[in-house]
Design a protein around this ligand. Structure first.
Ligand code: NAI
Length: 353
């Protein structure tokens, strides 16, 4: 089945999920399986209605296709979005029902955790299907919390971008991190280790205070972090943080962070470019987590995952080279390279040296 949905996105397949006994209510959107099984996490969130969940699933699935293609993974893109039931619910029953639905897709969709879901939930799903990753890690094998891998990928991408835009190493830079959750905190430690000066902000005041003590960071208010006097702005909290208003107050000449969908609209990518801000496309630099998920599902050794995550700087370099050669902003260059990789069905094979 091919469905045409708003924004000209094409999805290969959409499966509506309904199970009244467990309260399962959601959708799996498989955007593309050209490069391999459609892979992308399972989000459990409050949605106003089924249409909102559907639209989010389709948008996120397309994003996963691009992210997986640009990471050189033999995976297509997909996403599951589940509507969180109101009040108390039997979480295990809900994820068992979800696991049965994933099993029925027979490997066309591979799930993992995402916003609102956890390793424990994926363990329940694994009782019903083998097409799941993000499970408890076994020695020498990829698995577990993807955040440290995401943070490492952002870090090596940032190293490349700092040299390219600022002509400096990270040890000579000030980095403003918005959100010191799982990824932001790990990134702060990596940057601290590299000698960078840090400014951090988070709505969770206890968390930001702890990270500040551990890394010697200055704490900024969540309102001020965007306009902080920094060389690099690292969004590690919310999507849509770069919009018509915020781009104007941003002082850093480089944006490189983990948050998904950082640009509120593509026009904001153009705005950044016009202001001379180098934007490292989010899905190119934050793929470390999905690389770890891929390694777990495909049975790679941890060394293979590490090699691929550490190559994030090279992949960013290729995107920025393409952008410069074609005179286009980096977000447009990334989309065009991702679409080309999917259209030709070719993914650059990378094997450890
Ligand atoms: P998280 O939920 O652990 O951390 C987010 C942090 O941002 C929290 O500490 C929260 O208090 C803070 N926050 C929320 N609103 C804020 C605001 N207005 N200002 C400052 N801080 C605010 O999430 P996680 O896993 O660290 O992910 C961070 C971002 O990276 C998300 O956008 C996520 O989608 C994206 N991402 C995460 C991956 C992973 O491996 N965890 C992989 C790829 C993308």
């Amino acid at each position: 089945m091919v469905l045409q949905v708003e924004g000209n996105s094409l999805v290969d397949e959409v499966v509506m999920l309904k199970d009244s006994a467990s309260g399962l209510d959601g959708v799996v959107a498989i955007h593309s399986t050209v490069l391999g099984p459609g892979a992308g996490g399972c989000r459990l969130w409050h949605y106003a209605d089924g249409e909102a969940a559907f639209a989010d699933a389709v948008r996120l699935a397309e994003g996963m296709s691009y992210k997986n293609a640009m990471a050189g993974l033999p995976l297509g893109g997909a996403k599951a979005v589940l509507r969180r039931p109101h009040g108390d619910f039997d979480r295990a029953a809900l994820f068992r029902a979800f696991g049965r639905a994933v099993a029925r897709l027979d490997g066309r969709y591979v799930t993992a955790e995402d916003v609102g879901t956890s390793v424990a939930d994926m363990e329940v799903v694994a009782g019903e299907t083998r097409h799941v990753a993000g499970l408890t890690q076994r020695a020498g094998r990829p698995g577990g919390d993807p955040s440290p891998h995401t943070a490492l990928g952002v870090f090596v991408a940032m190293e490349h971008a700092a040299r390219r835009r600022l002509g400096r190493s990270l040890g000579e830079c000030t980095v403003a991190i918005q959100g010191v959750g799982h990824v932001g905190e790990a990134l702060a430690h990596l940057l601290h280790g590299a000698g960078a000066r840090l400014i951090v902000a988070d709505v969770d005041s206890a968390r930001v205070a702890r990270v500040a003590v551990e890394t010697g960071a200055e704490v900024a208010s969540t309102a001020r972090i965007l306009s902080a006097q920094a060389d690099i702005f690292a969004p590690c909290a919310l999507g849509g943080v770069l919009n018509a208003e915020t781009v104007e107050v941003l002082r850093a000449p480089l944006v490189c962070g983990a948050a998904n969908n950082q640009l509120a609209t593509p026009a904001d990518g153009e705005r950044l470019a016009r202001r001379g801000v180098l934007y490292a496309p989010d899905y190119v630099v934050n793929a470390g987590g999905i690389i770890n998920v891929a390694g777990e599902y495909l049975g790679w050794a941890s060394e293979e995952v590490a090699f691929r995550v550490e190559s994030t700087g090279e992949r960013l370099a290729a995107v920025l080279d393409h952008a410069e050669a074609k005179g286009m902003p980096p977000h447009v260059a990334a989309d065009s390279l991702a679409r080309a990789a999917i259209a030709t069905g070719r993914v650059r094979a990378r094997v450890p040296a």
